[in-house]
Design a protein. Structure first.
Length: 138
C-alpha cells in the first residue's frame, strides 16, 4: 500500500510538473506573439508616416518692401521647382497665380489693401501645402 501511495504521488508530481511546463510554454508563446505584434505595429506605423512625409511640402511666406515672398521646399531640403502657387484673399478672390523658380521661390507685389492671404503651393502628385500670411505681418 505504501508503494501504491508513493506511485500516485510521483504520478501527481509529474502531472503537476507537466502542467506547469505547459503553462510556461504557453506564456513563452504568448510573449513571443506579443513581441512580433509590437514589431509589426512599429513597422507599419513607420512606413505609413514615411509615406505621409513623402507628400509634405513646407511653405514659408513673408512680406518686405511692398513684395510678398514665398519659399517652398520638401522635408529633405530640396526646393519645389515649378510648383503652382495660388494666392487668394479671405473672400476667395485670386490675388496671384504663378510658379516657383529653380530655388523654390516665388514673389508678387503685395496687394494695396492689406488683408490675410492664403498661399497654396502644389508641387503635383499629392505634394501640396497651404500657408496663411496674416495682414498684421504685411
Amino acid at each position: 500500500m505504501k508503494a501504491d501511495v508513493a506511485r500516485r504521488r510521483s504520478a501527481f508530481c509529474l502531472k503537476d510538473k507537466g502542467e506547469r511546463m505547459m503553462r510556461g510554454e504557453k506564456i513563452r508563446i504568448s510573449v513571443r506573439k506579443a513581441v512580433w505584434a509590437a514589431v509589426l505595429v512599429v513597422l507599419v506605423t513607420g512606413f505609413s508616416s514615411a509615406a505621409a512625409w513623402a507628400h509634405k511640402v513646407n511653405v514659408f511666406a513673408y512680406a518686405e518692401g511692398g513684395t510678398v515672398f514665398v519659399e517652398s521646399y520638401f522635408p529633405d531640403g530640396s526646393p519645389v521647382v515649378q510648383g503652382a502657387v495660388t494666392v487668394t484673399d479671405p473672400k476667395g478672390a485670386k490675388i496671384f497665380e504663378g510658379k516657383t523658380d529653380a530655388q523654390g521661390r516665388a514673389q508678387f507685389p503685395a496687394p494695396s489693401e492689406k488683408t490675410d492671404l492664403t498661399i497654396e503651393v502644389n508641387a503635383s502628385m499629392g505634394h501640396r501645402a497651404v500657408a496663411t500670411l496674416k495682414k498684421s505681418d504685411m
